[in-house]
Design a binder for this molecule. Structure first.
Ligand code: ADP
Ligand code: MG
Length: 364
């Protein structure tokens, strides 16, 4: 756990970058500091590993005051990932990753073997090990930056806009892969971003900061979306607030239809239906088929693939996306065991979503 108690940072020119910050980044979770440029996010992060000293207040790591930990110990316990990765330009990818393990005195073969594993973990194969940073794309450099921070196996990770320098599609990929890695590693992470979508996607807890380093709100993504503390937070969440909030609403009580199914590798039935749900031999939906005009067994080439939304684990955002993508505004739903459950019309998705959000607001 990282704990800030009444931390203030006033720079020499009297700029107050962080103002009386008290917050906790719980063990094994991702805490995201989010806010507009200049609101003190980087300053807050750099005070944790003492690249910047607070003007007043205290920061502790696992209950230990950070000023009592020596700087070398500090570097080993806290991984630091920055925008543009900050790799050493004259070192290969592998040597970049091994930098801290070498400092710690880990034997070369051991350090290099672990570095290879980490490279695979962040989605880069062996062929990248011998390259130099300039021979990699921005997204690949970012992956190496994450691998380097993980190499020392630190319990804490500080990440300053780690995915901001890459295009939106690569950013989404990196975010998903990072979430997968975190499930296993369960590091205590304090991450900074100016991107509210990224904060909502990655954060277990979100700290919204405003100008002058003042906390606007602290809470889970669902809490912040459902109940923004003030106009600043509401404006910062922007117009997509309702849509985001839907991803925290489990599906229940939505009206389902018994759209008929057909099975891959079996002949298409004679039917008046314009669209049917195709399933595999085990009854699991794979997508939509237009049975008219098909002759012989149905093949996967006849299917417009669509992912089914889980009745038990799905949320209204997935359901809305699936209905928007499905023919005639219909989404396919699956039971807990993956078998076909039924389809849902977009009108019913919208009705149920509005009900769910209204019920959430009414609880305030
Ligand atoms: P963010 O990361 O949220 O964009 P920063 O923590 O970098 O914000 O900066 C917060 C405020 O402190 C800004 O107004 C910035 O101009 C100012 N600031 C940052 N570093 C210094 C410095 N070394 N000296 C004076 N002011 C600084
Ligand atoms: Mg910054």
């Amino acid at each position: 756990m990282i704990e800030f108690k009444n931390v203030t940072k006033v720079y020499d020119d009297r700029t107050t970058a962080v103002d009386d910050l008290s917050m906790v980044a719980p063990t094994g979770q991702i805490t995201v500091l989010v806010g507009p440029s200049g609101c003190g996010k980087t300053t807050t992060l750099r005070m944790v590993n003492r690249l910047i000293e607070p003007s007043s207040g205290s920061i502790s790591l696992g209950g230990e005051d950070s000023t009592s930990i020596d700087r070398i110990q500090m570097r080993r316990r806290i991984g630091y990932v920055i925008q543009n990765a900050g790799l050493f330009p004259h070192h290969t990818v592998l040597d970049n990753i091994c930098a801290v393990p070498y400092l710690k005195g880990v034997k070369r073969p051991e350090a290099r073997a672990r570095a290879q594993e980490l490279l695979t973990l962040v989605g880069l194969d062996e062929s990248y090990a011998k390259r130099y940073p300039w021979q990699l794309s921005g997204g690949q450099q970012q992956r190496v930056g994450v691998a380097r921070a993980l190499a020392a196996d630190p319990p804490y990770m500080l990440m300053d806009e780690p995915f901001s320098a890459v295009d939106p599609i690569v950013r989404k990929q990196l975010q998903s892969e990072f979430l997968k890695i975190q499930v296993d590693l369960a590091k205590t992470i304090l991450m900074v971003t100016h991107d509210i979508d990224e904060a909502l996607r990655l954060g277990d807890r979100i700290v919204v900061l405003k100008e002058g380093g003042v906390v606007a709100q602290i809470g889970s993504p669902a809490e912040i979306l459902a109940r923004p503390a003030d106009q600043f937070v509401a404006d910062f969440l922007g117009g997509s607030r309702g849509y985001h909030a839907l991803s925290f609403e489990p599906i229940h009580g939505v009206k389902m239809h018994d759209t008929p199914t057909l099975t891959i590798d079996r002949p298409a039935p004679r039917t008046e239906e314009a669209w049917m749900v195709a399933t595999d031999a085990l009854g699991r939906p794979v997508g939509w088929v237009q049975p008219g005009g098909l002759s012989g067994p149905v093949t996967t080439a006849d299917v417009s693939t669509a992912s089914a939304v889980s009745l038990t684990e799905g949320n209204y955002r997935e359901l809305l996306d699936a209905a928007l993508a499905g023919p005639g505004g219909r989404a396919i739903m699956a039971n807990e065991d993956g078998t076909y459950a039924g389809t849902v019309d977009i009108d019913d998705v919208i009705r149920a979503s509005v009900d769910a959000l209204t019920a959430e607001r009414a609880e305030q």
